[in-house]
Design a protein around this ligand. Structure first.
Ligand code: SF4
Ligand code: SF4
Length: 97
């Protein structure tokens, strides 16, 4: 997913490493491989890969992750819509529409 990036340094994503119990859920569910378990703790290895989908925070059993998709920046809806617009505009130009 390195080709699909959002605006640099805009994602509101925070990890409280002290709370982390190293279960690996965040690494497993993140669609952009933002987390990696290192020495039995989650680490953010690609902060700019985050699209604020919320999957990590929903699946963290100890509330060690905070992500805010509702504050107007880094909104997943925006980035998904941007991708769809690009895809459909390419299809239209290919079809001559
Ligand atoms: S909010 Fe989504 S994209 Fe961002 S780190 Fe969590 S699972 Fe990954
Ligand atoms: S889901 Fe939470 S507890 Fe599990 S590894 Fe990730 S941050 Fe740590």
């Amino acid at each position: 997913m390195k080709s699909m990036r959002y605006l640099k340094d805009t994602a509101i994503l925070k990890l409280d490493v002290q709370k982390c119990i190293g279960c690996g859920n965040c690494e497993l569910v993140c669609p952009h491989r933002v987390f990696k378990i290192i020495d039995a703790k989650a680490q953010i290895i690609d902060h700019n890969g985050c699209i604020e989908c919320g999957a990590c925070t929903t699946n963290c059993p100890v509330d060690a992750i905070y992500v805010n998709p509702d504050d107007g920046c880094g909104c997943a809806t925006y980035i998904v819509n941007s991708w769809l617009q690009k895809i459909f505009s390419k299809k239209r130009s290919f079809l001559g529409g």
